[in-house]
Design a protein around this ligand. Structure first.
Ligand code: KIV
Ligand code: ZN
Length: 511
């Protein structure tokens, strides 16, 4: 192995490849919050977006590069001057900014997509890397669809782009096609057949089409890759990307096998996962490794008995190491403003303004009246609703529903629409269907409901229900979320949140 360092570089692409998950579009403020959280977790590189893709993407990357410190910020660019120039304009004020340029190397892509031969691809890759290296010494080159490419051709391209100034070479399994043994062998082959590989870091970027992204990335690390590209919760194009939390904990828990180190603050894994799922509306499946609700839940009596006797009988990781605070009672009806303020700070949020704190406190008191114990997750949900909310074109004033196994479900809703009150009522298959129909009627909007999920934020029958919806309006997919102890109200809030996001995006594009 020619690459000696034991440190694994974490390149997080939640804001770029992760955002390519259908419906996971994030606004500038949301991307900025996630970037701040990733920096706190000490990832090494944040891929903040694809600046040439849209003016919005450019602004998001620029905002992150201009303001987030202590982490390298990368921007994606196809292998052409305009993409690279645009990426650099967005990145240039960042700390050690990285231009990430890519070009496909597989014959399938060359023939059908690029309509170029191998010599042309080689020439363009070198010219693009040289152009990027004119701006910064931090240049990453990705050979798109590398795992289905002729490996000798990839070696040739990588050797040439290192000479042209690339300092990171990324070997993506773009279609999620590779098998772990094969992928590890491909990485070994590159390590042994690129004469100047010691001048660069070899990276991998795996997709999860066959459910092997994490296994493939770990195999690559064993074979000498020293950068791994990941997303939080494994979100991303199609079946997603390598899940950061799984790689981090795999490396930590089995350090006896991997013998590498990372800088990741593992206690931030759970808060980051929750932030990404609430912002994107991509819920984490309960049995998801590391961050799923059941990841540390022991159901069987034999297991519970073992855990009580000695935690390590059935737990290979300590839940505290991944930042799991669920179940910790924090506040109640008698807690005051100070306790709430302290708790918000402990959860890692920036101090709120007096006005924000007052609004959060009022909501907290209202919740504490109907729900005895207030958990961290409840506070996060209130913050999401009040402090991190997007501008509200539509505001829920009141909702009343009637349903039952013998009654015709009917829901009445009163909304404020740009300050003007409107109300209506409709019948539906159930009270939530009736609420959605009423809201569509009085807002005069048509959206197709693609996805609806309800879960409880914490345990107990008095828990807040959290609803996520995904709506389609024309060709746009928008997510919405809402939380409330009453699930019909939570569902209505989620639907209205989706409409507000759609209105916000439309207004932004008009400007
Ligand atoms: O999957 C892929 O090949 C990519 C590249 C742009 C790195 O996302
Ligand atoms: Zn990808």
């Amino acid at each position: 192995m020619k690459n000696k360092s034991d440190k694994i570089i974490f390149f997080d692409t939640t804001l770029r490849d992760g955002e390519q998950s259908p419906g996971a579009t994030m606004n500038m403020q949301e991307k900025f919050r996630i970037a701040g959280q990733l920096a706190k977790m000490k990832v090494d590189v944040i891929e903040a977006g694809f600046p040439v893709a849209s003016a919005g993407d450019f602004d998001c990357v620029k905002n992150i590069a201009d303001n987030i410190r202590g982490v390298q910020i990368a921007g994606l660019a196809r292998a052409n001057k305009n993409d690279i120039d645009t990426a650099w304009n967005a990145l240039k004020n960042g700390e050690n900014p990285r231009i990430h340029t890519f070009l496909a190397t597989s014959d399938i892509h060359l023939q059908h997509k690029l309509k170029m031969n191998r010599d042309q691809v080689l020439e363009l890759a070198v010219a693009s890397v040289k152009h990027a290296a004119g701006y910064t010494s931090n240049v990453e080159f990705s050979a798109e669809d590398a795992t289905r490419s002729d490996l000798d051709f990839v070696c040739k391209v990588f050797t040439a782009v290192i000479d042209a100034g690339a300092t990171t070479l990324n070997f993506p399994d773009t279609t999620g096609y590779a098998m772990p043994d094969e992928f590890g062998a491909q990485i070994s082959y590159l390590m042994n057949n690129i004469p100047n590989i010691h001048k660069a870091v070899l990276s991998v970027h795996c997709h999860n089409d066959l459910g092997l992204a994490v296994a493939n990335s770990l195999a690559a690390i064993k074979a000498g890759a020293r950068q791994v590209e990941t997303t939080i919760n494994g979100i991303g194009e199609r079946a997603g990307n390598t899940a950061m939390e799984e790689i981090v904990m795999g490396l930590k828990t089995r350090s006896d096998v991997h013998k590498v180190v990372t800088d990741i603050v593992t206690e931030q894994l759970h808060p980051t996962s929750r932030m990404v799922s609430t912002i994107t509306g991509m819920m984490v499946q309960p049995n998801k490794a590391i961050v799923g609700a059941n990841a540390f839940a022991h159901e069987s009596g034999i297991h519970q008995d073992g855990i009580l006797k000695e935690r390590t009988t059935y737990e290979i990781m300590n839940p505290c190491d991944v930042g799991l605070t669920a179940g910790s009672l924090v506040l109640g009806k008698h807690s005051g403003r100070h306790a709430l303020k302290d708790r918000i700070a402990t959860l890692g949020h920036e101090p709120l303004t007096d006005d924000e704190l007052q609004k959060v406190f009022t909501r907290f008191k209202a919740l504490a009246d109907v729900k005895k114990d207030i958990f961290d997750e409840d506070i996060e949900a209130i913050l999401m609703d009040i402090v991190f909310a997007i501008p509200e074109t539509y505001k829920l004033i009141s909702l009343g529903a009637m349903s039952g196994n013998k009654a015709m479900p009917v829901t009445g809703v009163k909304l404020s629409i740009d300050g003007v009150e409107r109300e209506g009522a409709a019948i539906g298959v159930g009270p939530i269907d009736a609420a959605f129909k009423t809201i569509a009627q009085i807002t005069n909007t048509t959206s197709k409901l693609l996805y609806f999920a309800v879960s409880s934020i914490t345990g107990g029958t008095d828990a807040q229900g959290e609803v996520m919806v995904r709506l389609q309006q024309d060709d746009k997919i928008i997510m919405g979320q809402g939380a409330d102890p009453d699930i019909i109200t939570a569902a209505a809030k989620a639907y209205i949140n989706g409409l507000n996001r759609a209105a916000y995006m439309k207004n932004k594009h008009k400007k």
